[in-house]
Write a protein that binds this ligand. Structure first.
Ligand SMILES: *Cc1c(COP(=O)(O)O)cnc(C)c1O
Length: 393
């Protein structure tokens, strides 16, 4: 029997871009465990543990918490097709690429979309979102962590503005989950979706999802089934949480991506089991500021103003006179380090650096700063000292 080493053409990379992020060995090993049947009781136990860990990651007690099969964008699709009806008036915050994508998704679902915009690189003032809600609404959607710009959206006051009008508050927390303070229940968020390949350090392919009672009540009140069969939560919950959906025994809906769920469970054991979420958020905060200080020595300026930054994603201007794309390419091909560039109106103007899970540590940041200095042709002593100082602070 011949053995084929499929890994020979896969290079070693240090993933410090906007995602996917570094996948730890423990998670890769979980992924490589033997596939078992998706109705096997042993798999049911793995599903239950995954759900419990996801509740910790979201900081929620929501019964309807599960990984949707598909990437983060599948979570967005699931959110909209379960909780937005054609003709609904939906206030949508747009201050970057992912807010735009959400507005597009909502419009395709037949919603009347009220866009509340802010410049790319700024948070949206809550007063403006609340003012848009005062004309009546069925839902509000905001991107909690805008990965295209590195901005965090404050949620204070939004839930009250929605709930007073019997509307749902829903968020995209793909990049914030596990890396930036996020408390679904305390913030009054009714439904949220996330991704696995940002701060959770799992390969892409699943979308952690949670929905509270208000959202589920809206779903149950539907007179006609929603337009998507695959993402219909009333069916999906019969597979993931039959005791909750009243279905009794678990019913086959679609074949869960078994091995990816092994990987997610292991990633969550690391992200929220080995480390309590508030201490993980604090580590991401320190890592963000340490790297920001180191890059400031090189003349890089952060796009997000103080207080609006998203800790897991540091978006900075490249140093003056530097060909940002050429440096990024050399970083990848010569040093095996991936960072991301700007998107849309910010293409060519930004480096977007992931500070996500295993990437929110001193060692990978030292590697990045050292390599960047070499490529730019400057001495790394001072930037590295700033990095170390930042980690001590
Ligand atoms: C990455 C990302 C998504 C999309 O996730 P995919 O896994 O690429 O489908 C959505 N929203 C935000 C904020 C993201 O960072």
């Amino acid at each position: 029997m011949s053995t084929v080493d499929a890994s020979t053409d896969i290079p070693t990379r240090l993933l410090l871009g906007s995602g996917p992020s570094i996948v730890p060995e423990r998670v890769l090993q979980a992924l490589a465990q033997p596939t078992i049947g998706h109705m096997d009781p042993a798999f049911a136990a793995i599903m239950s543990e995954t759900i419990a860990l996801l509740r910790d990651a979201f900081q929620t007690e929501n019964v309807a918490t599960l990984p949707i099969s598909g990437t983060g964008s599948a979570g967005m699709e699931a959110l909209v097709c379960n909780f937005v009806d054609p003709g609904d008036r939906v206030v949508c915050g747009v201050n970057g690429l992912f807010g735009n994508r959400m507005a597009d998704e909502l419009a395709r679902a037949g919603a009347e979309v009220v866009r509340v915009e802010a410049p790319w690189g700024r948070a949206i003032e809550q007063e403006r979102l609340i003012a848009a809600a005062s004309d009546g609404l069925d839902a509000m959607v905001v991107v909690h962590g805008e990965t295209s710009t590195g901005v965090a959206q404050p949620l204070d006051g939004l839930a009250d503005a929605c709930h007073e009008r019997d509307a749902l508050l829903m968020i995209d927390c793909v990049t914030s989950i596990g890396g930036h303070e996020l408390r679904i229940d305390e913030s009054g968020v009714d439904a949220a979706f996330a991704g696995t390949q940002k701060c959770l350090n799992c390969p892409p392919g699943l979308a952690p999802f949670t929905a509270g009672e208000r959202a589920i009540a809206k779903l149950n009140a539907r007179e006609q089934p929603g337009r998507s069969w695959y993402f219909d939560l009333s069916l999906v919950l019969g597979y993931w949480s039959p005791e909750q959906s009243g279905a009794g025994a678990r019913a086959y809906h679609h074949t869960a991506p078994i091995n990816l769920i092994y990987a997610l469970r292991e990633a969550l054991r690391i992200a929220v089991g080995d480390e309590w979420p508030p201490s993980a958020w604090e580590r991401h905060r320190r890592a963000h500021h340490a790297l920001r200080d180191a890059l400031a020595v090189l003349g890089c300026e952060r796009l997000a103003p103080d207080g609006e930054q998203l800790h897991p994603l540091l978006a900075v201007s490249p140093p003056e006179g530097i060909d940002e794309a050429a440096v990024r390419t050399a970083l990848l091909l010569q040093h095996g380090i991936e960072i991301s560039g700007g998107l849309g109106p910010l293409a060519g103007k930004l480096w977007r650096i992931g500070v996500m899970g295993a990437g929110a540590r001193r060692e990978p940041q030292e590697q990045l700063v050292t390599a960047l200095c070499e490529l730019i042709g400057v001495d790394s002593t001072e930037p590295l000292a700033a990095l170390v100082q930042g980690w001590r602070a």
